[in-house]
Design a protein around this ligand. Structure first.
Ligand SMILES: [Zn+2]
Length: 165
């Protein structure tokens, strides 16, 4: 269990403490009080926000899972009708960051899934061949027909640096 995870943590030289802190940061819901404050200070949210009690109860009702894909990755609130000033309970849903970015950018590719596939492809090819793969090989291995890395290139370069230190 978690073989891949342990392999990645070891290759990237991440301490157990940092790994656990990172997991908690990634799966814990955002603090409703801070979220409320930031919405109140933001014109695009109509300088308004639901109560922290409502936000927390929506989060609890979701089972701390994305309503679209079931992930617990960086859970957020989504305004279903895309009107960020409409904070009615019926208009709010709990969604993961991955799904939210995809919805906002109207992009068929899930950025964080793509990044994940690219990183694992790089590591697998590096193990198979004993050297860094070309970017083209990485994209092929990741099963992508895209010719570019989009926002994933810095993460990919970080992994490549760490593998060849
Ligand atoms: Zn999701």
């Amino acid at each position: 269990m978690f073989e891949k995870l342990i392999e990645v943590l070891t290759l990237l030289d991440v301490s157990e403490k940092d790994a656990i802190k990172s997991v908690l940061m990634a799966v814990g819901p955002s603090n409703p009080a801070s979220l409320r404050q930031s919405w109140m200070a933001n014109k695009s949210y109509g300088n308004s926000a639901p109560t922290t009690e409502l936000l927390w109860s929506l989060m609890k009702e979701s089972g701390f899972q994305c309503c679209q894909c079931g992930s617990s990755f960086r859970l957020q609130f989504d305004h279903i009708n895309s009107d960020a000033t409409d904070h009615n309970r019926e208009n709010l849903q709990v969604i993961c960051h991955n799904c939210n970015v995809q919805k906002r950018r109207n992009n068929p590719v899930k950025m964080f899934d793509f990044q994940y596939e690219l990183v694992l492809a790089t590591i697998d090819l590096w193990k198979e061949n004993g050297e860094l793969p070309t970017y083209k090989q990485t994209l092929e291995k990741a099963g992508s027909d895209s010719a570019c890395f989009g926002g994933a290139s810095y993460m990919l370069n970080y992994v490549r640096e760490m593998l060849t230190r």
